[in-house]
Design a binder for this molecule. Structure first.
Ligand code: FES
Ligand code: CO
Length: 332
């Protein structure tokens, strides 16, 4: 069932990441999707369910209750709801009394995939796509975040499409200002995604200013494959070592979001996972303060409003795609 407050049917029919799969244990959790409170719980069978976080009896939050078997028990008067949202027990009435037909919670679709729990408030228009880094056993995916950002999810995705900031916002970690010139690169559009060709970026080890700089050229490919989901691969051409980053945003409110990331690598298995997660935390922290202070807060789809440079061609393709899809939430 669609919510009354959000009119954006594209995002209502989208899968949104709401929780890290392995962290969803026996306690129900409360999440906000497009301004709607949603209770997510794992039943005793292991199945994950999502219900509107509102008891029809007196409006208590179901997520503050507990899981019992296959049901979620309201904390106020103990009404029990099953995964379909049907109320199956009202403790205050005799067992022989009928449960009123209206005693229901709105059920949302929920799936577990790629280390995350995903929820759709409407009717999903597509399945979650195949992502090689999760299916190919040569890669080791690690969930990172979620990172709370006081900004529109669209701004976060756009930041992820950006190459020219790597040397400045992440100087020393992902590039160096003295190597900021970008090669010409191609941007492609297919049904359901916009993406770049190879983008080689030189990253000096420690910048000394000498002519024969030591460092590595990484080949980036970036793509946006859903209005609020993107990924990149970063390949060391010499060794074939590849890092994938999946970034997917939960739109909490128009100017609030939670960012879920996953980092997958096919190398460095001897290096503790925490090191990769910590690195990602640092990099995202560097992006976050920029994103949170951009104006306008909502991503401008009027392409004349800001100044688009050729280095921004993936960002421009993303904005055009949002226009074509008709995404209104988080855009202006
Ligand atoms: Fe939920 Fe009464 S408010 S059982
Ligand atoms: Co960045």
């Amino acid at each position: 069932m669609l919510t009354a407050t959000v009119k954006d049917t594209v995002l209502l029919n989208e899968w949104h990441p709401v929780f890290i799969e392995k962290d969803l244990k026996e306690e129900p959790v409360s999440v906000i999707v497009l301004g709607e409170r949603v209770a997510v719980f794992r039943a005793a069978s292991g199945q994950v369910y999502a219900l509107r976080d509102l008891c029809i009896h007196r409006g208590a939050m179901l997520s503050k209750g507990r899981v019992e078997g296959e049901t979620l028990v309201c904390p106020y008067h103990g009404w029990k709801y099953d995964g379909s949202g049907a109320c199956v027990c009202i403790p205050a009435q005799a067992k022989t009394d009928k449960i009123p037909l209206r005693a229901k919670a709105t059920k949302y679709q929920a799936v577990e995939k790629y280390g995350l729990v995903w929820v759709c408030l409407g009717e999903p228009t597509s399945e979650l796509p195949y992502l090689e880094e999760f299916e190919n056993p040569e890669y080791r995916p690690l969930p990172c975040g979620p990172y709370a950002v006081h900004a529109a999810g669209t701004r976060v995705i756009e930041n992820f499409t950006d190459f020219a900031h790597l040397m400045f916002v992440h100087g020393g970690l992902l590039g160096h200002p003295d190597y900021a010139e970008l090669p010409d690169f191609k941007v492609y559009k297919e049904p359901g995604r916009v993406y770049t060709g190879d983008v080689p970026i030189f990253q000096p080890v420690a910048h000394s200013g000498s002519e024969m700089e030591e460092g590595t050229t990484y080949v980036y490919v970036k793509e946006v494959f859903r209005p609020l989901a993107a990924r990149l691969s970063k390949r060391d051409a010499a060794t074939g070592q590849t890092l994938w980053i999946l970034l997917t945003v939960l739109p909490v409110e128009e100017k609030e979001c939670l960012v879920y990331m996953s980092v997958s690598r096919n190398y460095g298995f001897e290096v503790p996972d925490e090191q990769f997660i910590n690195f990602q935390d640092t990099v995202f922290e560097q992006d976050k303060w920029i994103i949170e202070t951009q104006k306008p807060e909502l991503l401008p789809l009027d392409l004349q409003l800001e100044l688009n440079h050729k280095a921004d061609s993936l960002s421009v393709a993303y904005r055009r795609w949002l226009i074509e899809l008709g995404v209104t939430f988080g855009t202006t």
